[in-house]
Ligand binder design. Structure first.
Ligand SMILES: [Zn+2]
Length: 494
């Protein structure tokens, strides 16, 4: 078993000690506040903040199996516009492993990730400022600490997740869909070849296949780690001509193939359930339920009670909070506007319509404490799919009223169109009267949660409306069926 050296990096050393002390004091605290989470056996997971106290502060996840084995580091967000790499690294940070150590740095350049830009304007490209010679010292605290992690944890394998615009198989010079390595030991090249071959087995179009390229550019983390620290190091690039989910899957699969090839297994995960209070200490305080399968996968949020009079959504969401999932994370907020739910009215006494208080432009903020708390959840958990459960007083098919009962109102995206169609087809199978069937509509109203999440946060987002002309039991069943159809499509339930 390797010993971790800390000589020459006092800052990191001190942070690790702080993390260990926290673990000792807190034991196993609530996950949301956890400095450390213990798993069965000897495995431990903790977070270290790199560049702590600076604008670049970013989390490093340290997953230690407690058994000897390789040290693998996965990096995302070196460039802030590589969304799939960040997402994949966050998924990878949840893995449990049977040997060795897994280090995951999902947002290397956190400021650039937050801006969704390759680099922060006026700043150097982070992936060009790692040491270019064996005795060059890293220039910034962030570079110094990332490089320090590679050196001090004695990383064996380093995978830096990136994205590019053109397919490598289409044109020389393109790097999309490639593994760019620095020639290491012979055995490592074989591992890289196996990774590329395995990934390509599931890609039918020749243009979209992965290539092996060399070398990582001078000044890149992968290059410096390989050349000066002897790490088996490479850049892994997807192509952003493909959808986010496809690209993310390529990254996650590549990491898993690497682990498998070097003899590290990912262990069955344990599902965790947690309840957190939104807008705590205010009159709007309401419970959010977080079901984390412990297995990488989509993040889905289900919301009820945005309008307190729309009972079927509240009751369906209340049921959904107790289900188990096979992968990904499910967030359930059954009583979004609890004050309105308590009085069974559209809005709480003296309150405004919650579904008009979310941002109406990309640079405006939620206008109330409650809408801000909910919007922050969507951002914090990087929600992929959002279903907001509502009800209408009539059927959409009745031209005499403007009700949207029996509709699914989506914010347009390709994925959302396909999902919305599947959901309403599934529901309409059981509805004989054509005027009672579901219709797929678009645009949730401005200021609604579904609209703002779709338009400004890129979430696949929709409002689902049952008609109150039906019995409560029927409406609840339709809400549940819609939610379950989505979760089945996403392979989160069987
Ligand atoms: Zn409503």
């Amino acid at each position: 078993m390797k010993k971790v050296r800390f000589a020459g990096n006092c800052v990191l050393d001190a942070i690790i000690i702080v993390a260990l002390v926290f673990t000792a004091i807190l034991g196993a605290p609530l996950k949301s506040e956890a400095a450390s989470t213990s798993y069965a056996g000897q495995q431990t997971q903790h977070k270290i903040v790199l560049a702590v106290g600076t604008d670049y502060a970013t989390d490093l996840y340290v997953i230690q199996s407690g058994q000897p084995g390789p040290v693998v580091m996965v990096v995302g967000g070196m460039h802030g516009d590589g969304a799939a790499g960040v997402k994949a690294a966050l998924e990878i940070s949840k893995l449990n492993i049977d040997k060795g150590t897994l280090l995951v740095l999902p947002e290397a350049n956190k400021r650039a990730v937050q801006l969704n830009q390759r680099t922060v304007a006026g700043e150097a490209d982070l992936n060009r400022v790692f040491p270019k010679t064996s005795n060059e010292q890293p220039t910034s605290v962030l570079v110094q600490e990332i490089y320090g992690v590679v050196r001090d944890f004695q990383v064996d394998w380093l995978m830096d997740l990136h994205e590019s615009s053109g397919y490598s198989k289409v044109k020389k010079g393109n790097t999309g869909q490639s593994l760019i390595y620095y020639p290491p030991q012979k055995d490592a090249v074989k591992v890289f070849e196996k990774m590329v071959n395995k990934l390509n087995q599931s890609i039918s179009k020749p243009d979209e296949q992965f290539s092996m390229l060399k070398y990582p550019v001078t000044g890149s983390l992968a290059r410096s780690a390989a050349e000066f620290l002897g790490v088996n190091s490479f850049i892994f690039e997807t192509c952003n001509k493909q959808g986010l989910e496809t690209r993310t899957n390529h990254h996650v699969n590549a990491v898993k193939i690497l682990l498998d090839e070097i003899g590290v297994k990912d262990l069955p995960a344990t599902q965790t359930r947690e309840k957190v209070v939104l807008a705590p200490g205010t009159k709007w305080a309401t419970d959010l339920y977080i079901i984390d399968s412990g297995i990488p996968g989509p993040v889905v949020m289900i919301v009820g009670g945005v309008h307190g009079s729309e009972i079927a959504g509240i009751q369906a969401a209340t049921k959904m909070k107790d289900i188990s999932i096979e992968r990904g994370t499910l967030l359930v907020l059954p009583e979004a506007n609890k004050r309105a739910v308590e009085v069974k009215k559209r809005t709480g006494t003296g309150g405004s319509d919650l579904n008009r208080n979310f941002p109406k432009t990309s640079n405006s903020n939620p206008s109330t404490t409650l809408s801000k708390a909910i919007y922050d959840v969507v951002k914090k958990y990087k929600v992929d799919w959002l279903m907001d459960m509502h009800e209408g007083f009539d059927y959409y098919s009745n031209p005499a009223t403007d009700s949207v009962g029996q509709t699914l109102i989506r914010y347009p995206s390709t994925e959302m169109y396909s999902m919305g169609t599947k959901i309403i087809n599934e529901l309409n199978k059981d509805i004989s009267k054509s005027s009672h069937k579901y219709t797929l509509l678009k645009y949730p109203v401005k200021g609604s949660l579904a609209r703002s999440a779709g338009e400004f946060l890129g979430v696949n987002s929709f409002i689902f409306e049952t008609s109150m002309k039906q019995t409560l039991a029927t409406r609840i069943n339709q809400q549940l069926k819609a939610a379950n159809t989505m979760l089945k499509e996403l392979k989160m339930v069987i």
